[in-house]
Design a protein around this ligand. Structure first.
Ligand SMILES: Cc1cc2nc3c(=O)[nH]c(=O)nc-3n(C[C@H](O)[C@H](O)[C@H](O)COP(=O)(O)O)c2cc1C
Length: 151
């Protein structure tokens, strides 16, 4: 039986990377973001997934309204990215990423799974709408292509 939680929200945004580092060091930077996210989100009851491809982040956050809004406010102030663009904020009945305090999808998983299924190769996250980013992250997490680490 699903226990409905009051005031549950899903928020989707994309942003542009501001960290100027070679790809190998980006992995380290993303690991730092994930480690902080997993601790903070676990504490706040926020779940979701993050994707990074070609300089663009896409993220889904879900959880109680106050916790999601507080987390997103903090994320927007982070100087590691800019152009933070809110795409969607919707009440939901249940979580889609219940097992992920913050799952991560890198370019490799994206190409190996999503691009094969959709035949889309010149992939730009910032051209997608909120629902498309949500569905893409859901597909990739269901395919177990998501790792907690950025490796
Ligand atoms: C693309 C991106 C996604 C992030 N996602 C989260 C997140 O889901 N949860 C979180 O707490 N911090 C996230 N952060 C980090 C926050 O911006 C901020 O640095 C952090 O929450 C500060 O936590 P602290 O006060 O515990 O150091 C993200 C940062 C970036 C650049």
């Amino acid at each position: 039986m699903t226990i409905l939680q009051p005031d549950l929200l899903r928020l989707v945004y994309f942003s542009r990377n501001r960290i100027s580092r070679p790809d190998c060091e980006m992995i380290w930077e993303i690991d730092q973001i994930l480690e902080t996210s997993q601790v903070n989100n676990g504490r706040a009851g926020v779940t979701g997934a993050l994707i990074f491809n070609d300089g663009v982040f896409g993220q889904v956050l879900e959880g109680p309204k106050d916790a999601v809004e507080e987390t997103f406010e903090r994320i927007q102030l982070d100087e590691r990215h800019h152009d933070v663009t809110l795409l969607d904020i919707t009440p939901i009945d249940e979580r889609s990423f219940a097992d992920w305090s913050m799952g991560f999808v890198g370019s490799h998983s994206l190409r190996a799974t999503y691009e094969v299924q959709t035949k889309v190769t010149d992939f730009d996250i910032s051209r997608l709408d909120g629902d498309e980013i949500f569905k893409m992250l859901l597909l990739l997490t269901l395919k177990n292509e998501v790792t907690a680490k950025a490796a």
